[in-house]
Design a protein around this ligand. Sequence first.
Ligand SMILES: [Zn+2]
Length: 150
Amino acid sequence: MKFIVDVMLGRLATWLRLLGHDVIYDRRMDDRQLIRRAREEDRMIITRDQGIIHRKAVRHFVFITSDHIADQLAEMKQLLGSGNGLLRSRCTRCNGELYSAEKIEDIRDCVPDYIYHTHAHFLRCSTCEKVYWEGSHYRHLKEVLQQVLR
Ligand SMILES: [Zn+2]
């Protein structure tokens, strides 16, 4: 499922990408642009803004009521299912698809030495080339997901 997320839900957008969903999040978009893009690209609108959901042009949306990320994910639980898994994550910076990267020299230049020597697996964004590794960030993610998606 493809989503488009309003400006108030940046953190939720990041989490949805980590879960492997295709998410548009752009702080420069106003409400009208957001709604148009949702229609053109057949995306579900995720919003915290009552003003958006009451517009006629808006058909498919999830209205988020909580300010807390765990509760926000819980509100989307039915749509998220069990998630696509971390290996299918999207880049949290640009929404690009991640691929499994070999532990080679060009990875070495992109991560701290300590990380390079203590990790065997890396993921890389196919669009902006940002490098990811399974560290404390992912552990935290897994813990929250276990609570939320149980
Ligand atoms: Zn990227």
